[in-house]
Design a binder for this molecule. Structure first.
Ligand SMILES: [Zn+2]
Length: 310
């Protein structure tokens, strides 16, 4: 185990403006390009930006990090990262760590992104109704039980909370059942899933160009499941696929980000066995004791809270 690490890690997902090439009229909102740039300006006044290599060397106790170090990370391998993040980082001579899924041309969208598209298209009540209509009686029973279970965590106090409740049900308990249902709804209401997915995610050429431009790439699984929801064998398969994918872009050891921030006790060992030297969570934390549980701050939340970060 390495020494504890003091490090501010920023986490980003969508960085886009309405109608730009990343948003592509999907209606799916994200952090605006301007807000992202303003946040980089603010971070630069308080922090020294570091790269994945710097963090890896610190974990290997070969070189220590500067004081107030800050690492920029980007999840899900969406094309926003090529068109907006990479462009802006390169202008500023900064590096980012980009967590990409292992994906092929024949793959569609991950469940979470199908939900984003359909929510933007139909809204929450209509999407919930459309899914409900396609469930059989036993799936409906499971749906109802799952909703009850997550209602404590996501009480119906706001639209966001209600959306999170539906996401929890769909992305966990009902995930194998609703995945094909959401693909059907996608084809009917949005368009060709495979065609859209191939534009929506970074392709290998873009990733190569980003790495050549000083960016780093890390693993984010193959199918983006909750790691506490699948079994150990499935977790091992997801992690191995991820290592096989990232090794074509840069030599290891690499970093990993847990899909949805889902944790399991065996993940650190599995990750280490497959060449990952660190893993990032979605928990808000600036002092990190375990290199496989490095916390992060959500850039969009920080922007909404103003000067909320330390
Ligand atoms: Zn993710």
């Amino acid at each position: 185990m390495s020494r504890p690490l003091d490090l501010t890690v920023m986490m980003y997902h969508y960085i886009r403006d309405p109608g730009d090439v990343a948003e592509a009229d999907s209606g799916i909102p994200g952090m605006s390009v301007k807000t992202f740039e303003t946040q980089l300006d603010e971070l630069a006044t308080k922090h020294t930006f570091v790269t994945w290599t710097d963090v890896r060397l610190a974990l290997q106790e070969e070189k220590s990090l500067p004081g107030s170090a800050c690492l920029l990370t980007f999840d899900d391998g969406v094309c926003d990262h090529y068109f907006n993040a990479f462009r802006i980082l390169r202008e500023r001579n900064l590096s980012g760590l980009f967590f990409v899924m292992d994906r092929r041309d024949a793959d569609g969208l991950i469940l979470a992104h199908k939900i984003h598209f359909l929510l933007a298209k139909a809204g929450l009540p209509a999407l919930r109704d459309a899914i409900w209509e396609k469930l059989n009686p036993s799936q409906r029973e499971q749906f109802g039980q799952a909703e009850q279970k997550y209602q404590l965590k996501y009480p119906p106090i706001s639209l966001d909370s209600q959306i999170n409740l539906l996401k929890a049900v769909l992305q966990r308990d009902l995930s194998p059942d609703v995945d094909p249902i959401l693909s059907d709804l996608f084809e009917a209401h949005v368009g060709s899933e495979k065609r859209i997915a191939n534009k929506y995610y970074l392709n290998p050429d873009q990733i190569r160009e980003m790495v050549a431009g000083g960016m780093h790439v890390g693993g984010h699984s193959r199918s983006h499941p909750w790691f506490d929801w699948i079994d150990s064998e499935a977790r091992a398969g997801e992690i191995k696929a991820s290592a096989d994918w990232v090794q074509q872009f840069e030599p290891g050891p690499w970093a990993f980000a847990y899909p949805y921030g889902g944790l399991s006790d065996d993940s650190p060992n599995l990750l280490e066995a497959h060449g990952f030297r660190a893993a990032f969570t979605t928990q808000t934390q600036l002092h990190h004791i375990n290199p496989y549980l490095i916390g992060r701050l959500d850039g969009e939340e920080v922007a909404q809270e103003g000067q909320g970060y330390a």
